[in-house]
Write a protein that binds this ligand. Sequence first.
Ligand SMILES: Nc1ncnc2c1ncn2[C@@H]1O[C@H](COP(=O)(O)OP(=O)(O)OP(=O)(O)O)[C@@H](O)[C@H]1O
Length: 277
Amino acid sequence: MATQPVTGVPGARIEISGVTKRFLTPSGEVFTAIKDVDFEVEPGQFCAVVGPTGCGKSTTLSLVSGLDRPSEGEVRVAGRPVDGIAEGVSYMFQADALLPWKTVLGNVALGPSFRGVRRKEAETAARDWLRRVGLAGFEDRHPHQLSGGMRKRVGMAAALINEPRILLMDEPFGALDVQTKAIMQNELIGLWEQLRPSVLFITHDLEEAIALADRVVVMTSGPGSVKAVFDIDLPRPRGAIQDIRFQPEFLELHRQIWESLREEVERTYARTAGVAA
Ligand SMILES: Nc1ncnc2c1ncn2[C@@H]1O[C@H](COP(=O)(O)OP(=O)(O)OP(=O)(O)O)[C@@H](O)[C@H]1O
């Protein structure tokens, strides 16, 4: 695991102001996915977004990435309106985004190579990042020869080698078993503490959100808007994620945020199950 500090570029501020996103459904109807969403992620802050299924979390993330555009309102990164895919943004999703025909080293070296870094230098940087994520010795393997947790580590190295100013994460550890998830959370937070990109982290796991984040945004059931924002003032470095969740301050935050979230989850459930809300 990483021991050396990394000199990264500082995280960028993300401002989401009055953002509404509408989609045209296959039957030609207009569907509002999110409505008047407003929140900010401070430079270098770790912000988690929680909300019921279908409330528009991934939609919000895609607007920040520049993959999609708001129907109304504005997304700004580092003070500039997002207009297309921005530089300095890295991603991690639930599904691995590794190229199966490339080795582990080749996958991690991809980012610098795309940016025009010479192959030898890109590979040296990739080796360094693989060491940081505890995968020294696995450089020549292919993704299918790795465990789920190891693939996540490769994904993390591939995202962080670009020294992003913003890291967008959509349920990155959602498919992992509980133990591997805890290990990956600890590794992520260790690396984030060294690099300090601004992080927008979507999760269904409220414990994960509180344990990792400086700020937790709770979204309403769809069309999603911001219901509440909680600042998580647990001290940093946080230490082992598995231990934090037994602290009284953590339990109190969990109680407060769950109270806010539960109503929205129940409303969504009632709607999808056809029960009166
Ligand atoms: N391209 C699209 N066209 C039409 N509707 C869409 C499109 N993308 C998303 N939606 C709808 O917008 C709503 C929000 O979707 P989104 O994936 O952002 O929710 P989510 O909160 O990330 O959900 P989950 O927690 O289940 O992953 C959903 O009802 C979804 O069906």
